[in-house]
Design a protein around this ligand. Structure first.
Ligand code: SAH
Length: 243
């Protein structure tokens, strides 16, 4: 089955972009996935092909018009999850990416300027609002590329060794353990001895311990969920500033 991606954007020329090279690019050539970039402006109804207007209530920037967004969305074949990229959305995670990669594909709406007229989400309630994280991009396109990349690398046959996806960050709710490669000594620093021991059980235990250690220090949010610890925001915050 081909994973079919449709991206609605004011900049179709940004696609496939980085997804046209390396693993994703070869998979695209093989037909493991397909990509259609739809020009949002084609769904404008006036002579000037207007896609945006000034924010109601005033303020800087422009807002994408609900009628144009709806016309573009309604032109796309239904049956696939529809995402709108927005910092106001739920942060997308690896579990959701796995679900998406196992499905028929995805339709992605890319924002620009100040974002979308909110009524599009009331009128088309199946749209999932997702964020790439607590950063503000100038447009939804890089977010769409990142989300697609995360899905495509999970498609059967896209990554060389199927197992290399299984032990990664987030798969067990933890960050991955640190990795090392040759040379054994570099700038006076050596690779941890346990990794040269050949003792697979010991290596697995070390990796698990490092995963837990790093997750606890770097991502208290993940650690809390993983360990089932009760929320203790005050002491957690103190510990973090001391480290
Ligand atoms: N005024 C908006 C930001 C608009 S940024 C706000 O403060 O919420 C312009 C567009 O970039 C957005 O519509 C969205 O499509 C995209 N974008 C910006 N940051 C993003 C993020 N963290 N995740 C996903 N999309 C993002």
């Amino acid at each position: 089955m081909t994973f079919a991606a449709t991206v609605i954007t004011l900049y179709p020329e940004m696609f496939p972009g980085p997804l046209g090279v390396s693993l994703a690019g070869r998979a695209l050539e093989r037909g493991d996935w397909s990509l259609e970039a739809v020009q949002l402006r084609d769904f404008a109804t006036d002579r000037h092909r207007t896609v945006d207007d000034t924010p109601a209530g005033g303020g800087a920037g422009m807002v994408l018009k609900a009628d144009v967004l709806a016309a573009a969305l309604d032109s796309v074949e239904p049956g696939r999850p529809v995402f709108a990229m927005t910092p106001r959305g739920k942060p997308v995670d690896q579990a959701r990416v796995r679900q998406l990669a196992a499905g028929p594909g995805i339709t992605i709406l890319c924002g620009r300027f100040e974002g979308f007229d909110e009524r599009i989400f009331d009128a088309r309630p199946t749209i999932e609002q997702v964020s790439l994280g607590d950063i503000v991009l100038s447009g939804g396109e890089p977010a769409a590329l990142a989300l697609l990349d995360a899905c495509i690398r999970l498609l059967p046959g896209v990554m060389g060794a199927p197992l290399s996806g299984a032990e990664e960050s987030f798969e067990e709710g933890l960050l991955e353990y640190p990795q090392y490669t040759r040379p054994y000594e570099w700038e006076g620093r050596t690779i941890p001895e346990v990794l040269r021991s050949g003792d697979h059980a010991k290596i697995a235990a070390w990796r698990k311990a490092m995963s837990e250690h790093d997750t606890r220090l770097r991502r208290p949010d993940l650690w809390e969920r993983y360990s089932g610890a009760r929320a203790r925001p005050a002491s957690g915050a103190q510990r973090e500033t001391k480290d």
